[in-house]
Design a protein around this ligand. Sequence first.
Ligand code: TXA
Ligand code: MG
Length: 324
Amino acid sequence: MAEIIDTDREPDRAIARACAVLGEGEPVAIPTETVYGLAADATNPDAISRIYEMKGRPRFNPLISHVSDMAMAEAHVHFDPISRQLAEAFWPGPLTLILRQRADSTVHALASAGLDTLGIRMPDGFSRRVIAHFGRPLAAPSANTSGKISPTSAVHVEADLGDKLKLILDAGQAQIGLESTIIKVDGDEIRLLRPGGLDAAEIERLLGRPVTRPETAGATIEAPGMLASHYAPGAAVRLDAAEVHAGEALIRFGGNRIAGEEQAAVVLDLSPTGNLREAAANLFDYMKRADASGAETIAFGPIPSDGLGEAIIDRLQRAAAPRG
Ligand code: TXA
Ligand code: MG
């Protein structure tokens, strides 16, 4: 069973233990502001292998390298001017940039699945202190079995990977609750590879120009992790429900009642006041709770598509996609 250390109560021991375990080439579950990550030394191929193994993740799907400061980032990737502007504005924070890896970068090719680019992010929260202390980038996907819902608490991580992990750092509920927004700057095109915890409209406001949305079905998948059936709970998922069928779990938004909800196995509201940030922070936990109700189907009420709604709906569409 995994050892769990509370980062509020024992910050120094949490950092020391995490760095010791990481130094042995073992993954550690760490709290970032988006979701909990399954982190390992990005320069150590055996450690990276352990991540793929623990998650059951296909090795063609590259990992994000997490850094604690700009100097660490610059040692591994080349910044174009627009990406630099984004990093300066939004790091530390829920933004991953896809950048060309430097020839002298020590991040191992297994982390980038052999691509010549690196997904790189400076996370906020306790994880950044761990990276700073460790002194090298940490490769970290979300700390869940591949294809399952990302964990937003140490409890989620323990339930899924607790018997495989040595150490989980517990910083409570993740503030943002959705994975990072992934951006790739291509010449003067700013491409959104994955909507996430940073609203793409904020990027457009900063740069004063539009962000290109992900290609529609049929086009090549640019972030290899963006497979259709992903973020799947055990139950089937039905979106934009106008009415609830007996025995379904209902997850709604903004206090909007759905016809027939008296017969639902459980009714959860992502944000009774209609706040999309609150909804994002609750989303994965509520999906897990709805799943745990034993209902065979989770019905979702309508959710607005602006702001963080874009990323929320993206995750729900993946959860609703046919399972492969
Ligand atoms: O918020 C997050 O991003 C969390 C926390 C732990 O930082 N991490 C996360 O990692 O969501 P993961 O592995 O679940 O998603 C990483 C995504 C995948 O879709 C992967 O294909 C894409 O990033 N990716 C990584 N490196 C890439 C690259 N060089 N080019 C294109 N896509 C890349
Ligand atoms: Mg993931």
